[in-house]
Design a protein around this ligand. Sequence first.
Ligand code: ADP
Length: 724
Amino acid sequence: MLSEHIGNILAILLTLSGLIVSLFHYVAKPCRAWIYCMGFLMGNLLSNYYWGTYTILMGDYPTTSSFMAYLGWDIGYVFLALLVFEIRFEEEKAFFSPISLLPIPIIVPQFLYYLQFGGIFNNIWQNFWCALIACVSVNSMIFYFKNRKNGARKPHVAILSLHFIIMEYIMWTSSCFAWPSEWLYPYTYASYLMTTVFLLISWAISKDLDQPWRRAKGTPVRQSQAVLRPLYILTLAVFSFGGFFLALWMKEEMIAQLGEEDGIVLYPIIALVLFVISIVVIIFTVAVIFIFTYGQRAAESKMLRIEKTNAEHANAAKSDFLANMSHEIRTPINAVLGMNEMILRESLQAREIPREDTLAMNRVLTNISTYSGNIESAGNNLLSIINDILDFSKIEAGKLEIVNDNYRLSTVLNDICIMVGIRAKEKKLSFDTAIDGSLPENLFGDAVRVQQIVTNILNNAVKYTHEGSVRLSVYKNDEATIEAGKNIDIIFEVKDTGIGIRKEDIDKLFDKFERVDLQQNSTVEGTGLGLAITHNLLEMMGGSVSVDSDYGKGSVFTVVIPQQVVSAEPMGDFRNKYRNEQMSAPVLRESFEAPEAVILVVDDTAMNLKVVEGLLKNTKIGLDMASSGAEAIEKASKKSYDIILMDQRMPVMDGTEAMNRIKEETGGPNVGVPFICLTADAVSGAKEKYLSQGFTDYLTKPINRKALEEMLKKYLPQDKIIKA
Ligand code: ADP
């Protein structure tokens, strides 16, 4: 009996542990296999607890009803069968080997022996399910052996289930024969070995489902789960021990009250109590599963709903952006084409003006220069839209970099004020500045981005103000100390008397593609990217932006940018400072000439060659033009150049290939010549890509005259450069 007690206790403990592990697996990632596994374990728990506790306590088997004893085990077989069917891999489902029917003839003798002990119904039930489980498991194992070289995975659950059935077979068959002692009774060992299945089954399922044994790292355990887990384990433990002690107490009471003989008559009551306790444990487990998964699903579906709304909103904003973009791009193109048309028309008319009518001629020239000024501004507008998109794509790809260098604050402020001042004047707005002269002049940071951020906020202020004023204040906190090497927060405050922003819209302002108050703003041009870029840039620079607005009256945008102080020297009046600067360093802005230099310009678009020619006209540099890669190779094989400007995207042979072919010509006239890549490809990573292909440097189209001149000055032989 002792060995049997050990087996019984083991069975109860292992089923409980297996059940707890499976339950939490299921809660972490619900799937049908876990439900079947829990059904199997719960069924076994029901019978193991009822049977085990009773035999330990009473030293005998429960006589009440074999139905009650076998009920749980019989349910368990059904769930185990469902599990072995469920856990099969897709390919396995179509596989059948006749060898897998082998368990049937093996199980038949056991059925015949045992018929004399268990009831007939119980026997048929058990043997049917055992045969089914064994056949499916053997089939899975044969499939594995046949396909393991093709990557079939080991069927852990099938192996474990077959082990379970074999142990059952040994147990029940050996129980039909007499054995010399309980320690020589195969039943004992088979029952011990069988109980291991209760513990290992969850491990086997997670192996077959290819899940990590423990909850994936980073999956948050909700607080309710963290509390419920120990509570669940505690309750199960209390129930199990509680049931045992309750039954013990009942037994003692019965014997004390009724005496040994009569007390025994009431033992079935104890059996019934134990059965009820097992049922309560099962119901409790099912309730916990329900609460857990229901809570989890509710939380998940709430999250999904929120994510869906967010995604729908983002999608709508993106669609609006695309529709809006088409409008934004068409407007400046329309201006360019319209103005160009005017130039063409007026220059044709000018031909008919008599020579002596200089007044009329001057009028036409003035008109033409106004039109071309308009073309320039429309072109710049278009470029700034495209630059915004590029910046934004770089931010999204995480490729935008902050490039820090020494700079003068007065220069940045001056550039900003000139640019915004012109726009404000065009809209008849007054533009005032209040700039704290005690701010340090020499700073270390990304001047280009600082200028971009402040200009963007100021341009918005001008754009969204129809009358009144825009005011820029730049200052620092009163308590901030200016010390070389230390950071200082520079505060830019932009105040306007414009249309203002509703309180509920303020949070949306910095989202990508987001434009608010569209009714008011329908005629105002914009992409909805500016503030998103500003916000991202500020985040990268460790700064911040905040908004305060009175709808209908105006807004105040406050930007804080931390910058490093290079020297404590105060800026003073920034306009004076800037002017002095200009006077004392005229050389910096000077243009240059290089009549001795010769460069080769390669581009398949004739217009682009013309643009380069026009831009470099004043430098007197000798220019050779090639309109294809092949022509460039040919020219480069005959003549030595100081620089080759190479367009990247050309038909037949692209710029990289043409460059490589020129470079390959060993001993040719252009060994070591700098190649500058000319391309409209300005997306993130483009520069790195072209440099890695072998280009010396990179210039984007549309070509900026200053950038082109700077580039040439850098790569032309210095002795050929004459300062103008
Ligand atoms: P946009 O290209 O549309 O100007 P932004 O990202 O720069 O895009 O701005 C987002 C939205 O914020 C604008 O469409 C506008 O509705 C609102 N906004 C920005 N600045 C102001 C301002 N100074 N006054 C009123 N509304 C503003």
